[in-house]
Design a protein around this ligand. Structure first.
Ligand SMILES: *Cc1c(COP(=O)(O)O)cnc(C)c1O
Length: 399
């Protein structure tokens, strides 16, 4: 067969493999050193008891004649879609048939390209979560991408596109910069989308970490967003489901695209068609697990975990600030985005931090050219390690 040649246009991603290689080499050369890994983008706390109990119950049901379930609805069970609407979209006018339950926001962000026309112009922020770029390159749209630079002088909130685009990918609170977007700033993007008949793909995977009042938990808090935005949410970071796998997409029935004749077409209908054709639903047990995150005890247990990570974030952020670093993020997000000292390249800072403090982070340039001279640390480690990392960085005297 011939291959999809678009795959040959992908840039190789060596970020995490290069980090792993460097760390292994360093550890082999320094076997007695205890390395602290603050580069990790995965949760570490175990699944909370409320979720474990719900899964156990669902597993046992599956072993009984009355409780057995085969294929479920492709869009997700109504019990879960209702819980999502009641809890995450209270008073926002989102309905259960606008929720599509899936096995991950990464897949959803990648699959959404199925319903996009080939000639759309696409705006993607720089630095960025690589999935948005690579999935568009695979679909043959490499030349259609323009980049919105997220710069320090704008607190890493990108400017509006300076030309007409059809699709804008936004992720807030942001990975990797850790910054949140205010309602006022997000409103500018919604207004732009309305004026330009554009659609916003809004990745809200880190919504659960929001602590500040003026940061929206959903793009649908913004007036007009229900006509122009698709939202991606995930239980991965909010409930530690990175290994269990459950997420959802919100496609309001009021969001439309256009065919070649300029006729409006419902994106909810297209996404429903795509989902029922290519997907057979998330497992019953996992959907019961996701449902349990909305129970009273589940909410309390999960808030404890989020608070734990957020405490780590403030330990790292405040600690670095006291040492004299310039730091961003870490307030509405588990990510701390630090400016490398003395205009050091982000890979040079990686080496320095590893050698002087035995601490591993992620070079900002790995997320895009605008990440150069920045460095990402994460709050997903333990409190002890977060404290010790700061202590070591201070003693290493690297400023
Ligand atoms: C972790 C993460 C997700 C979640 O992906 P899942 O497939 O649901 O685990 C989505 N977007 C961003 C930016 C992330 O960092």
């Amino acid at each position: 067969m011939n291959i999809n040649e678009n795959f040959l246009k992908l840039e190789d991603s060596y970020l995490f493999s290069t980090i792993a290689k460097k760390v292994t080499k360093y550890q082999n050369e320094n076997p007695d050193k205890k390395i602290i890994r603050l580069g990790i983008g995965d949760v570490t706390k175990p699944i909370v008891p409320a979720v474990i109990n719900a899964m156990n119950k669902a597993i046992n049901e599956m072993g009984t004649a009355e409780g057995f379930r085969g294929y479920g609805p492709e869009q997700g069970y109504v019990f879960l879609r209702n819980k999502i609407v009641e809890n995450d979209y209270q008073n926002l006018g989102i309905e259960a048939d606008e929720i599509f339950v899936s096995d991950g926001a990464k897949c959803d962000c990648g699959n959404i390209v199925d319903i996009m026309g080939n000639d759309n112009k696409i705006a993607i922020t720089n630095p960025v979560y690589p999935v948005y770029v690579d999935t568009n390159v695979m679909a043959g749209r490499k030349e259609n991408i323009i980049y919105l630079d997220a710069l320090e002088e704008n607190n890493f909130i990108p400017q509006l596109p300076d030309q007409k685009v059809d699709i804008i990918y936004l992720c807030f609170p942001n990975n990797p910069t850790g910054v949140g977007i205010t309602r006022k700033e997000l409103k500018r993007f919604v207004d732009y989308a309305k004026e330009n008949k554009a659609i916003i793909f809004y990745d809200a995977a880190y919504e659960a970490f929001i602590t500040e009042e003026d940061i929206p938990h959903s793009i649908y808090e913004i007036e007009g967003a229900k006509d122009v935005a698709i939202e991606f949410k995930s239980f991965s970071k909010s409930a530690g489901f990175t290994g269990l796998r459950c997420a959802y997409v919100v496609v309001p029935k009021s969001v439309f695209g256009y065919d070649k004749q300029g006729e409006k077409v419902s994106l909810n209908k297209l996404w429903n068609r795509r989902t029922t054709t290519k997907f057979n639903g998330v497992s019953y047990v996992i959907q019961r697990a996701a449902e349990a995150t909305y129970s009273e005890e589940g909410k309390i247990q999960l808030k404890n975990n989020i608070d734990y990570y957020l405490e780590n974030a403030s330990i790292i952020k405040d600690g670095l600030k006291n040492i004299g670093f310039t730091v961003y993020g870490g307030v509405n997000s588990p990510y701390i985005w630090l400016k490398t000292p003395n205009n050091m390249k982000s890979w040079d800072f990686f080496d320095l931090l590893l050698e002087k403090a035995d601490v591993v982070g992620t070079p900002g340039v790995g997320f895009g050219s605008c990440g150069e001279f920045f460095f990402r640390l994460t709050a997903f480690g333990t409190k002890e390690n977060s404290l010790e990392a700061i202590d070591r960085i201070e003693k290493a005297n690297i400023l």
